[in-house]
Design a protein around this ligand. Structure first.
Ligand SMILES: NC(=O)c1ccc[n+]([C@@H]2O[C@H](COP(=O)([O-])OP(=O)(O)OC[C@H]3O[C@@H](n4cnc5c(N)ncnc54)[C@H](OP(=O)(O)O)[C@@H]3O)[C@@H](O)[C@H]2O)c1
Length: 261
């Protein structure tokens, strides 16, 4: 029986994922900030006959991510579904940027996502499906102005996903991300095109179909893809160092550093 770990599983899209994976017969590890206050999740868990385990995980406090990692040591996780995010984005016109809020957005939406991957990589590597999927947002690449805190933290998340996909490919781990659509949750004041259950169903279908050759991609909810980062660049681009020369320089530097130690 496959296992999924879902962050932010107490409400919104995260709760939709819990429903979708339980309906598919998966075991669910539901990671939430406040297990005691997760009333809807606890109600589902109570009727799920041991299929849901609730773990505490506050993405602003990395010791709780590490603590969850220790508790789950040796447990294979087929899909790490990194859904939780700080979705508020205070107005930021030029002159009134809230830098503390921006740092929190980067901590939760970007750095904590890397921390989750680092903490749980062995669990994912030990599983059958070996998949990490990060819920990002189309807004991370979309030009219209506004929501600079949220927007930039999701753009940076896309970079993290691309880098993880490259770094983990040799271990057979698939890393992808995508947009869930415009979903009726607290973050959208219940406006949207899809319900959380509908969106979770679309995304589960995408995640079910992921293979290693799709690693590093950004998916729309219908399964089509968008460029995750600009895929540059020809080795003769203006100002670019040819890759061979770059490699030779890196190797020479590493050799020098080794001989100094
Ligand atoms: N809804 C949309 O239209 C839409 C569009 C684009 C992307 N997305 C993405 O979809 C994902 C889910 O969004 P949503 O609409 O369901 O958002 P939401 O209603 O705001 O729910 C956010 C979830 O993240 C959790 N969370 C926030 N900060 C956390 C922290 N520090 N540690 C642990 N958990 C934390 C929340 O837990 P608490 O209950 O404890 O606060 C909640 O479970 C997010 O990644 C969001 O960016 C949504």
């Amino acid at each position: 029986m496959p296992t999924v770990l879902i962050t932010g599983a107490n409400r919104g899209l995260g709760l939709g994922f819990v429903n979708a994976y339980l309906a598919g017969g998966w075991r669910v590890i539901a990671a939430v900030r406040d297990p005691a206050g997760a009333a809807d999740l606890n109600r589902i868990s109570g009727t799920a006959q041991g299929m849901v385990t609730v773990e505490r995980c506050d993405l602003e406090d990395f010791t709780t991510i590490e603590g969850m990692g220790r508790k789950l040591s040796g447990t294979p996780i087929d899909v790490l579904l990194a859904n939780a995010a700080l979705t508020t984005s205070p107005a930021s016109g030029v002159g009134d940027t809230d830098y503390d809020a921006w740092m929190r957005a980067f901590k939760v939406n970007t750095m904590a996502q890397m921390k989750l991957a680092e903490t749980l990589v062995e669990n994912v590597a030990a599983s059958g499906r070996k998949t990490m999927y990060f819920v990002s947002s189309r807004i991370g690449a979309k030009p219209p102005a506004g929501m600079i805190l949220f927007r930039s933290s999701k753009s940076a998340l896309n970079q993290v996903v691309m880098q993880l996909s490259l770094l983990l490919k040799d271990r057979g781990i698939i890393v992808a991300c995508g947009h869930p659509g415009f979903v009726k949750t607290k973050s959208t004041a219940d406006m949207g095109v899809f319900t959380a259950d509908e969106s979770a169903g679309y995304l589960k279908k995408i995640i079910d179909g992921l293979t290693l050759d799709k690693s590093g991609q950004f998916f729309e909810p219908d399964g089509s893809t968008l460029p995750i980062v600009t895929r540059q660049m020809s080795s003769n681009a203006f100002g670019a160092k040819p890759p061979d020369a770059w490699d030779a320089q890196q190797k020479a530097r590493a050799k020098d550093a080794a001989s100094e130690n």
